[in-house]
Write a protein that binds this ligand. Structure first.
Ligand SMILES: [Zn+2]
Length: 348
């Protein structure tokens, strides 16, 4: 009798354990940090990112404490070893400069500077990344500086002058899963001018090799992926591009200058934890449904009223209309091999 009770309890504990494990897995599958994450001026850091981020302690060139994402740092150490060896004849080594910066720290900097009467909001908008929209929040972006003949070179213009040294450094990046993020004369694609010192860890060495060999931007790489269900970051980028086109060129023709996005969730047909607002949309094999919060920058202040009729709040301080929410689906059309935006609707 006692044995049976014990067995029953053991069974119950086991079933509960398996159930907890399964439900954890389901939840974390959608919320996992992805090394392919796209963060730029228009794509916001995912809300869950910093909670899931594994950081390690490191020192920068000035011996100050800094933090970097665990795997990115491990690979950087290997990269540095090889690069320093290759730069021996130049009596040069690479050192860490700026790495991880939290959204909170960026917000504090933003607030301090915009409240400073000597700087003000226009100055801040020009020189400080908008909190949530800097790649340094990911922990995967690494800015380096050079130590040449015992002297640190960290000034942007002076670093750009070191072309020979940087071409050697860049040739080693992809072997360790890094890419050069802001290519020369590619501001149209990345939103940034040339930064030979800013490297981004993307984890997959095959992909970093492809990007570096083809000399393409990360945005161009994501844009080249056809099967959107295989790479959710490519999928996010596609959604953002298609939505921007729709908002700027059709919905509010000429009234909106820029749109930026915080994609909250992406669903494929495989997902079982689909939100109610999405449930009514039938997701087929190659389709992707999404929930997004976005912000619009009015082309002129006189359009604010028109742009906030149905939803959104105008934030005077930053000059953007915020808090606009949307659900929709990217429908795959097998006939022409293209995606279309479908079932766009607001949600609260
Ligand atoms: Zn940087």
């Amino acid at each position: 009798m006692k044995k049976t009770i014990k067995k029953c309890i053991l069974c119950f504990v086991l079933i509960t354990f398996v159930f907890i494990l399964c439900s954890c897995e389901k939840k974390s599958a959608a919320m996992k940090n992805d090394y392919f994450v796209l963060v730029n001026k228009y794509s916001q850091l995912p809300d869950y990112w910093e909670d899931n981020l594994e950081l390690v302690d490191a020192k920068n060139a000035w011996d100050e404490d800094i933090k970097v994402e665990k795997k990115a740092y491990k690979q950087f150490v290997k990269l540095k070893k090889e690069v320093d060896k290759a730069l021996k004849e130049y009596n040069t080594t690479i050192e860490l400069d700026s790495v991880y910066r939290s959204v909170k720290a960026q917000q504090e900097l933003w607030d301090d500077w915009s409240n400073d009467p000597e700087k003000g909001i226009d100055y801040v908008k020009k020189f400080v990344a908008v909190p949530g929209f800097s790649e340094h929040h990911t922990g995967l972006a690494i800015d380096i500086c050079l130590k040449k003949d015992g002297e640190l070179i960290y000034d942007n213009d002076k670093m750009i002058e070191e072309r020979e040294i940087f071409s050697i450094i860049h040739s080693k990046l992809s072997k360790y899963g890094f890419i050069l993020r802001y290519l020369e004369n590619r501001e149209d694609s990345t939103g940034y001018t040339y930064e030979p010192w800013h490297f981004r860890y993307i984890g997959d060495k095959k992909v970093s090799k492809k990007i570096m060999e083809e000399n393409i931007t990360y945005e161009e790489y994501l844009n080249s992926i056809d099967d959107l269900t295989s790479n959710l970051e490519a999928c996010k980028y596609k959604i953002e591009n298609m939505l921007s086109d729709k908002i700027i060129n059709y919905m509010y023709k000429d009234k909106v200058k820029n749109v930026r996005y915080n994609i909250k969730k992406i669903y494929t047909y495989k997902d079982s934890d689909i939100d109610d607002s999405i449930k009514s949309l039938k997701i087929d094999k190659n389709d992707v449904a999404f929930e997004v919060e976005y912000q619009m920058e009015p082309a002129d202040e006189s359009y604010i009223k028109d742009l906030t009729v149905t939803s959104g709040i105008y934030d005077k301080k930053i000059g953007w209309i915020t808090d606009i929410n949307l659900v929709g689906i990217l429908r795959y059309n097998e006939k022409n091999n293209k995606y279309i935006l479908d079932h766009l609707g607001t949600y609260w």
